[in-house]
Ligand binder design. Structure first.
Ligand code: NAG
Ligand code: NAG
Ligand code: NAG
Ligand code: NAG
Ligand code: NAG
Ligand code: NAG
Ligand code: NAG
Ligand code: ZN
Length: 311
């Protein structure tokens, strides 16, 4: 069941098995099937009004005190990642059952199914899906989660306006001249050379956890909006969480993505620019400013002689 779910088109998740519902042949690299064509080749949702990704404008994000911390279960498990796969559209890592996320004003607990990545070409061409104040980061990691109460039924999940929860993490270059850092990312990317072609997959040996990969990110500092899958069929079923902090990875590791995996067999092109362009803006919320910064703001306004009430 988990396997079936992981095979469905969730975010950049690409079917690994053929089924009648995989009908739309979409891509990133050809004018005939790239993202500009999706609204016409997958009309039902890709032309919708609640599409992802978006450009997040920091100044337009409104405070919401309901955006509390998350509870992550088994994200510290050193055998939580089971398999890594070249889908031809992304690199996807399957998660064992029992990893969950709740809290953070999500409607209920969600099962974490898989994560995958979006990139341009190493540090040279940024390829995150979301942008912040117009800035595109080198890469973006998406953890895809499905409402636990739906028991992995993706038909129900994509039909529910909040059936899926996606967690987005930006990845950028670590400062300094370090290489092979952090070790968790070296561990993960050491598998890329073994999945050069579409359909290749290998088991991941235990030893590092999802928490290890998400290093350096304050997971209580995030943006929230309601959007869609970022690949066809672009179902508007996703509660998006985009974290503000970035994961820092050394340049050599970032650069592996645009030069190791291909979209098809050995004669096909390298997988580059695997992201969808930004869609129409949506209302975005975030944590309310901390009391410390509120106080500074208040004092600043008072210093300007403005009347300030009820803060
Ligand atoms: C995507 O396809 C459109 C035509 O459908 C083309 O104009 C555009 O240049 C293509 N973009 C990329 C990045 O290939
Ligand atoms: C999207 O395309 C479908 C099918 O062509 C159409 O019914 C729908 O009205 C379109 N939606 C928008 C928002 O344009
Ligand atoms: C998902 O739920 C629908 C509606 O209840 C049901 O028809 C379908 O068989 C379920 N699919 C799976 C794979 O269980
Ligand atoms: C990084 O390496 C370059 C060339 O090897 C050197 O010029 C630069 O000072 C180094 N930067 C740091 C922060 O070590
Ligand atoms: C990298 O993987 C090895 C086992 O393959 C493990 O012993 C080590 O703890 C891992 N390091 C990190 C930081 O994830
Ligand atoms: C994480 O972010 C939250 C919300 O901005 C903040 O209140 C908290 O102090 C931060 N935690 C750390 C350890 O920086
Ligand atoms: C690679 O894929 C192309 C296109 O599908 C096909 O024509 C070609 O025969 C394949 N080459 C090999 C070596 O499998
Ligand atoms: Zn994605």
């Amino acid at each position: 069941m988990k396997w079936f779910v992981a095979a469905l088109a969730v975010c950049a998740l690409v079917p690994t098995v053929h089924s009648a519902s995989d009908a739309v042949a979409w891509c990133y690299h050809l004018p005939t099937c790239n993202d500009t064509t999706w609204p016409t080749i997958a009309t039902q949702f890709c032309n919708g009004t609640r599409q992802s990704p978006i450009n997040i404008v920091e100044a337009d994000a409104t405070g919401d005190s309901a955006l509390t911390s998350f509870t992550f279960t088994n994200y510290d498990s050193i055998d939580g990642m089971t398999k890594i796969e070249n889908t031809g559209k992304t690199v996807k890592v399957a998660l064992k059952s029992g990893l969950t996320v709740s809290g953070g004003n999500l409607p209920e607990a969600f099962d974490s199914l898989q994560f995958h990545l979006h990139w341009g070409n190493g540090v040279a061409i940024p390829g995150s899906e979301h942008t912040v104040n117009g800035k595109r980061y080198p890469m973006e990691l998406h953890i895809v989660n499905s409402k636990s109460s739906l028991n992995g039924n993706t038909t129900l999940a994509v039909a529910d306006s909040q059936g899926l929860a996606a967690l987005g993490f930006f990845i950028e270059e670590m400062t300094g001249n370090s290489t092979n850092q952090p070790a968790s990312w070296q561990n993960l990317t050491s598998y890329l050379a073994r999945i050069p072609h579409q359909g290749d997959s290998v088991a991941i040996a235990p030893g590092f956890s999802l928490d290890d990969l998400l290093t350096g990110v304050n997971r209580t500092s995030y943006y929230r909006y309601l959007g869609s899958l970022t690949t066809p069929n672009c179902n508007e079923a996703v509660v998006w969480t985009v974290f503000k902090d970035t994961i820092k990875v050394s340049r050599d590791i970032l650069n592996l993505f645009g030069k190791t995996v291909r979209v098809g067999n050995s004669t096909s092109v390298l997988m580059e620019n695997v992201f969808r362009n930004v869609q129409s803006a949506q209302p975005v919320t975030t944590q309310v400013a901390s009391s410390a910064s509120k106080t500074c703001y208040s004092l600043g306004l008072m210093a300007l002689g403005l009347a300030l009430r009820g803060n």
